[in-house]
Design a binder for this molecule. Structure first.
Ligand code: ADP
Length: 397
């Protein structure tokens, strides 16, 4: 089966054509500068093609993707009919989606209803869906939600301690994000440890970061909230912050709440503390050159990640496995070592040699560590492709 995985942003669209059985990616790429001018970067194996193609909307971007996929020189399929299904990443499924779903009018209406909860992403995701429907009307499409994996959280984890009317009337609660990644890592870890019933904390540490407490494959708690701003500090996001900081800054600097939130989302986190960069590679370089602000940013990050792991270990009454994934979690051994050092009290012991691993599945704890620590590279596209395959095959029956 060939599944086209689409991740549509407001001015960009990422795609992968993949086999959900093997995980093989036959082609992948990115449309950028949609609505501005338009550029397609297409990769098949090591070969990369970059083309400037006018993209006045997401429709032209999808058309450009399909054209290059069937191109006699740069393509990988003979006809668009060889695409069996399309899987779309959708940011916010609100309380309406606890799983992926086949896209029909009802599903589209529900994604629209979630726009107030995901005002930046859901409209872009919908544009990607509509563009695909227009150019490939007979190909089944599936929506895979970033929030769905977290819908198993109990009320004590997802409710905010604010007046009930905001929950009842407006669906204000913790949702959590990176769900596709947490789900992939939870499933893969179950295969790696050879068990279905165990307790784990997954640390998805990338440009955006979130942690999830997972019991027997089900999410029990997660660090992001109504939006991806909550939880640990991130590349450019502050993470958890006292709401009175917003009030203080807005009043003192005559700033709107929206502008203040943009500051907390885009100009905070590692970028703000280091004054240098949001990229952890730059922070390490800064530390090597004696930059104390870069050291503070990294210290703060590892400290907060370790605090969340400790909190989730308490929430689950102990954990069996700790996993690290995403750009930082898979590659940055210094961050992993620093987080695990805080967790020595729970019997976490890293093997320093094994911990040097980058981007590969690996058990990095010592045999006598009370908690197994693994690096498990995430694969959100594969998870989307597999959910898409499962739903499309079930619908055919
Ligand atoms: P996103 O949240 O955008 O999906 P990723 O999971 O791809 O991000 O993570 C991107 C981040 O991973 C980069 O900003 C960078 O800080 C970090 N990163 C990537 N490679 C390395 C590396 N070799 N060492 C340390 N950090 C890395």
């Amino acid at each position: 089966m060939n599944v086209l995985v689409i991740n549509a942003g407001s001015s960009s669209l990422k795609y992968q054509l993949m086999n959900p059985e093997t995980g093989d990616v036959s082609a992948k790429g990115l449309c950028e500068r949609i609505y501005i001018d338009g550029r397609l970067t297409h990769k098949v194996g090591d070969k990369k093609v970059v083309k400037d193609i006018p993209m006045p909307s997401h429709s032209e971007a999808i058309e450009a993707v399909l054209d290059i996929l069937v191109d006699p020189v740069d393509g990988v399929i003979k006809s668009v009919d060889e695409i069996d299904a399309v899987g779309h990443r959708v940011l916010h499924g609100g309380m309406k989606f606890s799983d992926s779903c086949i896209i029909d009018d009802k599903c589209i209406k529900a994604i629209e209803d979630c726009i107030p909860l995901g005002p930046l992403h859901n409209p872009a995701n919908l544009m990607g869906i509509r563009a695909c429907q227009a150019v490939m009307p007979n190909t089944p499409q599936v929506a895979v939600f970033d929030t769905a994996f977290h819908m198993t959280m109990p009320p004590k984890a997802y409710r905010y301690a604010i007046p009930t009317e905001y929950f009842k009337n407006d669906d204000i609660r913790r949702y959590g994000f990176h769900g596709t990644s947490h789900k992939y890592v939870a499933r893969r870890t179950a295969e790696l440890v050879g068990k279905k019933e165990f307790k784990m904390v997954n640390c998805h540490l990338g440009n955006g970061s979130s942690l999830s407490a997972i019991k027997d494959g089900k999410c029990m708690d997660t660090s992001m909230g109504l939006s991806p701003l909550a939880g640990v500090p991130m590349g450019t996001r502050s993470g958890d912050i006292d709401a009175c900081v917003v009030q203080f800054i807005c009043n003192k600097y005559n700033m709107s709440v929206d502008d203040c939130l943009t500051m907390l989302n885009k100009k905070s986190g590692m970028l703000a503390l280091s004054g240098v960069s949001s990229d952890f590679r730059d922070l390490s370089e800064g530390v090597d050159n004696g930059n104390e602000n870069c050291q503070l940013a990294l210290d703060k990050f590892c400290y907060e990640v370790a605090k969340y792991v400790g909190a989730y270990a308490a929430a689950l009454n102990g954990i069996d496995v700790l996993t690290f994934t995403a750009g930082v979690g898979e590659n940055d051994h210094v961050v992993r070592a620093s987080v695990c050092e805080y967790l020595g009290f729970m019997g976490v012991k890293l093997d320093p040699e094994k911990n040097k691993v980058r981007g590969k599945e690996m058990l990095i704890s010592t045999p006598d560590s009370k908690v197994q620590v693994w690096v498990v590279p995430t694969n959100e596209e594969l998870m989307i492709a597999q959910d898409t395959r499962d739903l499309v095959l079930a619908a055919r029956k």
